[in-house]
Design a protein around this ligand. Structure first.
Ligand SMILES: [Zn+2]
Length: 178
C-alpha cells in the first residue's frame, strides 16, 4: 500500500514574493547613547553597561560629552540610570540602530504550503510512525568511499524504505483545489 503525503489545501497559497532572490534580514541592533556630564568619573559608574566611543571636553559649563554603545541593558533602563546619576535629561540621546542586511538566496517558490503528516506502517516491524518521524539521512564511509542514503527509515527498527510513500505534486494539489 502506498501512502500519499498530500498538500494541505487550506495552507496552499500563491507566494507574494515568488521569484524573489533578495531578502532583507535584521542581524541584530545596537543601542547608541550620548550625554553630557561634568564629572568624568561617571564612566566608572556605568562601565557595566556602556562602552564609550569617545568623550570630549566642552567649554560650555565645563561639561564632558560622552558617546558610545549601551550593552546588557535596554535603552530605558540605561536612560533611567543616567537620570539617577544626575545627568541632565535634555543632553541625553538614546537610539536603537537596526542592522539590516541584504541576503541573496535561490528564487522563492511560486506557492507556499504545508503537507499533511499521515501515519505509515513499517513493512518490517509493523510499528506505525508519522511520515515526519521517519529518518532520512546520508552518511559517508571513508573506507569504501561511499555515500549511503537512508530514506524513510523506521525509527523503531531501522529498516530503510520501511513504507511506500508518494508525495503529491503542486499541480495535483491545484487540480484538487479546482
Ligand atoms: Zn520498523
Amino acid at each position: 500500500m502506498t501512502t500519499l503525503v498530500k498538500i494541505n489545501l487550506r495552507t496552499l497559497k500563491e507566494n507574494p514574493n515568488a521569484g524573489n532572490t533578495i531578502s532583507v534580514v535584521n542581524r541584530g541592533s545596537t543601542i547608541n547613547a550620548s550625554f553630557n556630564f561634568h564629572d568624568i568619573n561617571i564612566l566608572e559608574k556605568i562601565a557595566d553597561c556602556f562602552i564609550i566611543d569617545k568623550y570630549s571636553k566642552r567649554n560650555i559649563m565645563s561639561e564632558f560629552h560622552f558617546s558610545g554603545r549601551v550593552i546588557k541593558k535596554g535603552p530605558k533602563v540605561f536612560y533611567n540610570k543616567l537620570i539617577k546619576l544626575g545627568v541632565d535629561p535634555s543632553t541625553i540621546t538614546v537610539n536603537i540602530e537596526n542592522h539590516f542586511h541584504h541576503v541573496h538566496h535561490a528564487p522563492e517558490p511560486k506557492y507556499l504550503y504545508k503537507r499533511t503528516d499521515p501515519k505509515v506502517t513499517c513493512k518490517s516491524c509493523g510499528k506505525k510512525s508519522k511520515v515526519s518521524k521517519l529518518i532520512s539521512d546520508e552518511s559517508y564511509y571513508r573506507s569504501t568511499d561511499e555515500y549511503i542514503y537512508y530514506e524513510n527509515t523506521c525509527p523503531a527498527c531501522g529498516t530503510v524504505e520501511c513504507a511506500d510513500i508518494k508525495y503529491e505534486t503542486i499541480e495535483q494539489a491545484l487540480e484538487r483545489k479546482g
